[in-house]
Design a protein around this ligand. Structure first.
Ligand code: ACO
Length: 168
């Protein structure tokens, strides 16, 4: 599209460099978690990007954690596109992806509480899964899942973040 509106599309392998460039300054400010390049390639199919005439100006990912539950991850908009509704469009595209594959609840861990509240998320205290599922999730090697479980060893990564949930 060339009417100045970015197109939301699935990520391609060639987008990883641009996604990392979007995330890098945010990871430096500890707003997003820094990840190795290989992690982006391995999770590429979770990603949607906003493409403005060939330039990646936004990204976001949907990470499935359990039968009814997924997490919104790595939602970021380029500085020159902030406040144009793009973050909202990316988030709602991920919500559609979640609905399509049968996810009923979406988790996120964020400093952008107001933005997520405006998109139907509520602040939660404590765990979002029953003990038996919690025990299963402990078997995951994924750092984001460790943060979801609020494990002691990852608490420094999530300091000041708010735990939020949206029921679809
Ligand atoms: C789970 C995680 O990934 S948590 C991490 C979340 N990401 C970050 O914190 C990274 C840094 N932050 C960002 O990249 C961005 O601030 C985001 C992704 C959180 C939000 O992206 P934005 O594109 O700025 O959001 P968006 O424009 O949709 O909404 C912000 C405001 O812009 C305003 N806005 C301006 N123009 C428009 C428009 N055309 N349409 C809709 N909203 C608009 C709205 O008022 C909106 O406020 P509202 O929600 O009260 O209506």
């Amino acid at each position: 599209m060339s009417d100045g509106q970015p197109v939301i599309r699935r990520a391609r392998t060639a987008d990883v460099r641009a996604i990392r460039a979007l995330v890098a300054p945010l990871a430096e400010r500890r707003v997003l978690v820094s990840k190795e390049a290989v992690t982006y390639f391995e999770s590429l199919q979770e990603f949607r990007v906003a493409d403005l005439d060939g330039r990646v100006v936004g990204c976001g990912a949907l990470h499935v954690m359990w039968e009814d539950l997924a997490e919104i991850r790595t939602l970021a908009v380029a500085p020159d596109q902030l406040g144009t509704g793009l973050g909202g469009r990316l988030l709602e595209a991920l919500v559609e992806d979640a609905r399509e594959i049968g996810v009923e609840r979406l988790f996120c861990l964020t400093f952008e509480t107001d933005f997520f509240v405006r998109h139907g998320f509520e602040v939660i205290e404590g765990q979002a899964v029953p003990m038996d599922v919690y025990a299963e999730l402990l078997r995951s090697y994924d750092e984001g899942v460790a943060e979801f479980l609020d494990l002691e060893r990852v608490k420094p990564n999530t300091l000041g973040n708010t735990r939020m949930l949206r029921t679809l």
